[in-house]
Design a protein around this ligand. Sequence first.
Ligand SMILES: *[C@@H]1O[C@H](CO)[C@@H](O)[C@H](O)[C@H]1NC(C)=O
Ligand SMILES: *[C@@H]1O[C@H](CO)[C@@H](O)[C@H](O)[C@H]1NC(C)=O
Ligand SMILES: *[C@@H]1O[C@H](CO)[C@@H](O)[C@H](O)[C@H]1NC(C)=O
Ligand SMILES: *[C@@H]1O[C@H](CO)[C@@H](O)[C@H](O)[C@H]1NC(C)=O
Ligand SMILES: *[C@@H]1O[C@H](CO)[C@@H](O)[C@H](O)[C@H]1NC(C)=O
Ligand SMILES: *[C@@H]1O[C@H](CO)[C@@H](O)[C@H](O)[C@H]1NC(C)=O
Ligand SMILES: *[C@@H]1O[C@H](CO)[C@@H](O)[C@H](O)[C@H]1NC(C)=O
Ligand SMILES: *[C@@H]1O[C@H](CO)[C@@H](O)[C@H](O)[C@H]1NC(C)=O
Ligand SMILES: *[C@@H]1O[C@H](CO)[C@@H](O)[C@H](O)[C@H]1NC(C)=O
Ligand SMILES: *[C@@H]1O[C@H](CO)[C@@H](O)[C@H](O)[C@H]1NC(C)=O
Ligand SMILES: *[C@@H]1O[C@H](CO)[C@@H](O)[C@H](O)[C@H]1NC(C)=O
Length: 792
Amino acid sequence: MAVTRILLWVFTFILSSHCSCTQMNNSTINLGSSISAGSNSSWKSPSGDFAFGFYPLVTGKYLVGIWFDKISEKTLVWSANRDDPAGKGSSIKLSRTGQLVLRHSNGTEVVIYNVTSTDSASMQDNGNFVLRNSSSGIIWQSFNFPTNTILLGQALVMGQKLYSNANDTVDYSIGRFKLEIQESDGNVLLKAFHFSYPAYWYTATVNNGNVSLVFNKTTAFLYPIYVEKNSKAYNMTSAAPTPIEDFYHRATINDKGNFQQLAFYKGNGASQWDVVWEAIKEPCTVDNICGVFGFCTSPDNKIVNCTCLPGYSPRDPNIPSKGCYPNVVMEFCAPNSLASDFTIERLDDSDFPNFDFANLAKIEQTDEDGCREEVMNDCFCVAGVFYRESHVCYKKRMPLVNGRRSNPATNNMVAFLKVPVENDNLDRKDKKESPSSAVILASFLSCSILAVLFAAIGIYQHPWAQRYICVQLQPPPKRKPVEINLKAYSFQDLQEASNGFKNILGQGAFGTVYSGVLTLEDEEVEVAVKKLERVIERGEKEFLTEVQVIGLTHHRNLVRLLGYCNEHNHRLLVYELMQNGTLSNFLFGEEERPSWESRAQIALGIGRGLLYLHEECETQIIHCDIKPQNVLLDNNNTAKIADFGLAKLLMPNQTRTNTNVRGTMGYIAPEWLKNAPVTAKVDVYSFGVMLLEIIYCRKHMELHPAAESAEVEYTILTDWVLSCVRDGNLESTVSNDTELLSDYKRFERMAMVGVWCICSNPTLRPSMKKVVQMLEGTVEVEVPPLVDAQIF
Ligand SMILES: *[C@@H]1O[C@H](CO)[C@@H](O)[C@H](O)[C@H]1NC(C)=O
Ligand SMILES: *[C@@H]1O[C@H](CO)[C@@H](O)[C@H](O)[C@H]1NC(C)=O
Ligand SMILES: *[C@@H]1O[C@H](CO)[C@@H](O)[C@H](O)[C@H]1NC(C)=O
Ligand SMILES: *[C@@H]1O[C@H](CO)[C@@H](O)[C@H](O)[C@H]1NC(C)=O
Ligand SMILES: *[C@@H]1O[C@H](CO)[C@@H](O)[C@H](O)[C@H]1NC(C)=O
Ligand SMILES: *[C@@H]1O[C@H](CO)[C@@H](O)[C@H](O)[C@H]1NC(C)=O
Ligand SMILES: *[C@@H]1O[C@H](CO)[C@@H](O)[C@H](O)[C@H]1NC(C)=O
Ligand SMILES: *[C@@H]1O[C@H](CO)[C@@H](O)[C@H](O)[C@H]1NC(C)=O
Ligand SMILES: *[C@@H]1O[C@H](CO)[C@@H](O)[C@H](O)[C@H]1NC(C)=O
Ligand SMILES: *[C@@H]1O[C@H](CO)[C@@H](O)[C@H](O)[C@H]1NC(C)=O
Ligand SMILES: *[C@@H]1O[C@H](CO)[C@@H](O)[C@H](O)[C@H]1NC(C)=O
């Protein structure tokens, strides 16, 4: 990304340092010039107002940039490498052949400008850095590639964006807010850009053709115009300081998401940047200003005070704007959740506005108590805001964003927040189900590959045995003996059926699978016989219990268990044989890429199978190991989930696979690593990863040799998709894929479901029911919470 961005800034040249000192008023830079970071040399405009060069950062690194140079506060107005600062000793050189090269101190060279028609460069007094050809025509200028600032005489044209810095004092990389002239309609907007939803400020200069934002150099007024009519479209500045030559001017989107016009009086040494005009008068109205689960107050409307909602703690105490995470992760909708799991906290004069995806139904004609009741009784609802004047209760779900103090003078409202009770919620759950410690340990180890992971990642969480993972959440049902249609076979039966265990179909986590033929109801059927080899040695009863649970499942998208063998130390399971092998082979095998239609059907089928396991079968079954290797296809390419219900049978110390740890890890929900309770949502995560694999027909992790280097690079599918979605450019992921482009709506819907499923916070992930509804298109797919990536 950084490199592509670098490539965009087609710019630059630097006067070699010996020239810069002597030719202050000759702004022409010639081929062959260079400048190095840390040398204090820069290239100044004739008046000396602006300088171009390496701008030092507090981190000791440098940005190639342009700044106001005559004032003590050397304000950066443009930079070329904001996301990838250069180290001391780096240099920028305009080669004799006309290429501009940024050479990092580690030797890496980034060709920034590779057009040989460049003849010279100059830093102009208006802050624009221009490259000219031999007939003095401008072939590149920094004004065309603004970062977070525009200067007097500069205009922002339709489609262009300004991105705020992450932090205006210490970190100039791309931050959380953007100003944009929307290409589709000419609306000038401010947005929290990790959310693709909605603008928190706009000019409504829509649908009147081409719109530009101009910073008029004769009047120092800032305003959008309709280009065709050359008419002012909206009033921003209503008075600029005069005479304008006595001031420096800039318009910047700052790190708090405000777009401001500022002026700096040249005359006096103690001057500072004063605000001439600003878009946002109340800083808490900026979306996502305090992050997810944060709360914004600003009594003076100047300083922003970000705190956390009750029950939440800051993600980074040093950076309160980063948002908060819940002290206790709780699923209010889990079957065994209780009213005593939470309390309702009253927050006076508080609101959670402006995020439609967090809105549940609103309740009209109610009162404060009614609103509180609604929050209490609707398990999906985590907060409600009651508007006293309209008697409406607005219910919100996870994730809560934009929590803020509202102005009591103008808004008469109160919020109710569901706060988890923190007293050892986990213990309670454990006691309720009281599984034997052997089961806990077995489940814990078996479900997870944790042994390998912890060793590999160096995380050591103790105490192992206190965690209770991947056992059904409901208390073990006191089941009446159920007649199940499972046939018990003798070992000899199966030995004969499989021709003496000759024909190996595959080697899985639990043992080897052989093909065979059995006679069932007078018909010869091909079967797969799974010889469990690493199963914990438990009594016959436990094995039979598990087999019974599996045998009770009947679903089109699950591999059917036909029978079993439980004789002496032999444990075998007999399944129907799936002719078309694994999904992994189907997607990534040698054969031609399967059609989008068949892939979409498979994804939906797996979703339905998982929904059944989670919510529709008698005992909830968490699969714990959803991946393409564990999905089989029958001869109609109907997807069937395999190996479900077995997680609990695996012996400790048996690492599940000997394949690359990272590769397997790709499917594992992050909570495995966080010592947090694990629920059916782990399957949702794995499903999300697999869904993206199915959609793109690409493996979760791909290795490929990096261009022009011997190094091997990884592409992580989920990271790639997420970064494109965050940039608001999902389409770029399929730019060459005519099949997906021609069915873009469905593709987009399914990809967004995938993004929802891989939320790192399990409570944000949808249930499989919702997933299936969204895949089917019966429920709208809302915008996923893209800031969630690190909140958990
Ligand atoms: C600056 O100096 C170069 C030679 O070093 C000369 O060619 C150019 O005309 C000068 N430009 C100005 C504006 O004086
Ligand atoms: C650059 O300027 C700083 C402060 O003026 C000074 O401390 C430093 O030694 C200078 N470095 C060089 C290489 O001239
Ligand atoms: C360059 O020209 C400006 C006027 O354009 C003048 O104020 C400044 O002193 C000159 N600088 C040098 C080094 O001659
Ligand atoms: C050299 O440093 C730059 C800037 O940090 C970085 O982008 C690049 O990947 C580094 N190259 C190598 C080979 O480490
Ligand atoms: C720069 O352009 C030249 C001439 O077109 C070409 O030979 C060279 O490969 C280019 N360099 C890079 C790094 O693209
Ligand atoms: C220089 O650039 C101008 C403007 O882009 C163009 O019109 C002109 O043809 C170019 N001249 C040469 C010699 O390339
Ligand atoms: C920027 O960083 C400084 C110093 O770490 C900190 O005090 C300030 O709150 C940060 N500003 C924002 C908007 O995060
Ligand atoms: C809008 O007008 C600007 C000039 O003000 C021009 O550069 C740009 O190409 C125009 N955009 C469209 C979409 O017409
Ligand atoms: C700047 O303002 C002046 C005076 O109002 C006007 O004549 C001129 O057209 C404006 N410039 C732009 C680029 O809009
Ligand atoms: C801007 O303000 C002036 C003076 O108040 C008014 O006449 C004009 O109509 C306004 N323009 C727009 C686009 O609102
Ligand atoms: C921020 O708000 C909290 C809670 O309202 C308060 O305790 C704290 O003093 C405030 N901090 C500042 C700097 O105003």
